[in-house]
Design a protein around this ligand. Structure first.
Ligand code: HEM
Length: 387
């Protein structure tokens, strides 16, 4: 990859996209990326404008950055436009109100304490120890999934993130079928014997006077599974990686827990777990003198927007107490992250559980391994030293 023609889908970009974002923001804010010919938006104002105009920047062809993304279950929330989108979203939004999120606090705290309590080595890979299991357990309980199926759950969720960026391999297709089969069985069971969980609520829900059809139900299960897992996992990992390099901040956080929510929010800005997603133009549209033709793929880069010096003072510095609070890490507009409150709660609780138990956090001897994803920024493995 040359720095003059950065390829968003390349490994080098994934490793450290920020210098490329900086160059693109200042030199080519509407950048025709070379691999698929999509238009990459990197400035805060441009990304925001696209997110706030779903009529022009449609989600109907899926949420992935690549143009012909296979992750297009027709009825999944991020792959629909208003007004249909808003009716679908209303069906699940009840499960994510601030009150519902607050009610889940004691359960999330006890899960986090259990996971942190089980750490019994000085060097620990926090990804399998905490970042992965906490969000998986939380969303599985919300949906009503049996705990025996949790490892399957994770495997399914990984496969779906793969589908955001590449055409499906036979293996991915078979995993997708497994997941959908599982949820269809669970839905049938809950139709017979409803419980107080989200699968029961969805099988009883109505839209325009009718029950949800199979494609709509499948879409919900997939999106709640994927959107809630990979994202929160990497918020936790990214947070810990930052703090492992900042012993001063670890100490301050231990002494003053009111900083914890600010640190979490700044991590979503600084090391945005969802870096890039996509839209499709429904008409010719001009941005900064560049005409993007109708039916073009547009990549909205939350990760680049969140480092825009026009929107944030010293954007490449990690400052939990910064005064600019409005970042785009949870998106904006009609698709604003439904799980933002839950993600913040899980992030805070995971960090507090570690702060309660450990005086220090440092990089481990083992090397961290980054996820190879264009969408999600985070780690496959992150060995850290706790003491
Ligand atoms: C740190 C964690 C998270 C981050 C960074 C994140 C980020 C995002 C972003 C950027 C979007 C906008 C997508 C778009 O513009 O097309 C989104 C949408 C969404 N998120 Fe999250 N998310 C997180 C956690 C969660 C959790 C925990 C859940 C649920 C359990 C969740 C559920 C959703 C859903 C359902 C949507 C689609 C909303 C719609 O299309 O109306 N997310 N998320």
């Amino acid at each position: 990859m040359s720095s003059t023609d950065p390829d968003v889908f390349s490994e080098a970009f994934r490793e450290d996209p920020f210098p490329f974002y900086a160059e693109l923001r200042s030199e080519r804010p509407v950048y025709r990326e070379p691999r698929y010919g999509g238009y990459l938006l990197t400035r805060f104002d441009d990304v925001l404008e696209a997110l706030l105009d779903p009529e022009t920047f449609s989600s109907a062809q899926g949420p992935g950055p690549a143009p012909s993304s296979a992750m297009n279950p027709p009825a999944a929330l991020p792959a629909t436009d208003p007004p249909y989108h808003d009716r679908l979203r209303a069906l699940v939004s009840r499960g994510f109100t601030p009150r519902r999120v607050a009610e889940s606090r004691p359960r999330v705290e006890s899960l986090a304490r259990e996971l942190v309590g089980a750490i019994d080595e000085e060097e620990v890979d926090v990804v399998p120890a905490l970042s992965i299991p906490l969000p998986v357990l939380v969303i599985a309980e919300m949906l009503g999934v049996e705990s025996e199926r949790l490892s399957d759950f994770r495997r399914w969720s990984d496969a779906f993130v793969g589908l955001l960026e590449s055409d499906p391999t036979p293996e991915l297709v078979s995993v997708a079928q497994e997941l959908i089969g599982y949820f269809r069985d669970l839905a049938a069971e809950r139709r017979e014997r409803p419980r107080d969980d989200m699968v029961s609520a969805l099988v009883q829900a109505e839209i325009d006077g009718r029950r949800l059809n199979q494609a709509e139900l499948d879409g919900f299960f997939i999106i709640l599974l994927v959107a809630g897992n990979e994202t929160t996992t990497n918020l936790i990992s990214n947070q810990l990686r930052i703090l492992a390099e900042r012993p001063d901040l670890w100490k301050r956080l231990r002494d003053d827990r009111s900083l914890v929510p600010l640190a979490i929010e700044e991590t979503v800005r600084f090391d945005t777990p969802v870096q890039n997603l996509g839209r499709q133009t429904t008409r010719d549209v001009e941005i900064r003198g560049v005409t993007i033709p109708e039916d073009s793929r547009v990549i909205v880069s939350y990760g680049a927007a969140n480092r825009d010096p026009e929107a944030f003072e010293a954007p490449d510095e990690y400052r939990p107490e910064r005064s600019e609070k409005r970042h785009l890490g949870f998106g904006q507009g009609v698709h604003f992250c439904l799980g933002a409150g839950l993600a913040r709660l899980e992030g805070e609780i995971a960090l507090n559980a570690l702060l309660d138990r450990f005086e220090s956090l440092r990089p481990g001897d083992g090397l961290p391994r980054r996820l190879q994803s264009t969408v999600i920024r985070g780690f496959e493995s992150l060995p850290l030293r706790v003491g």
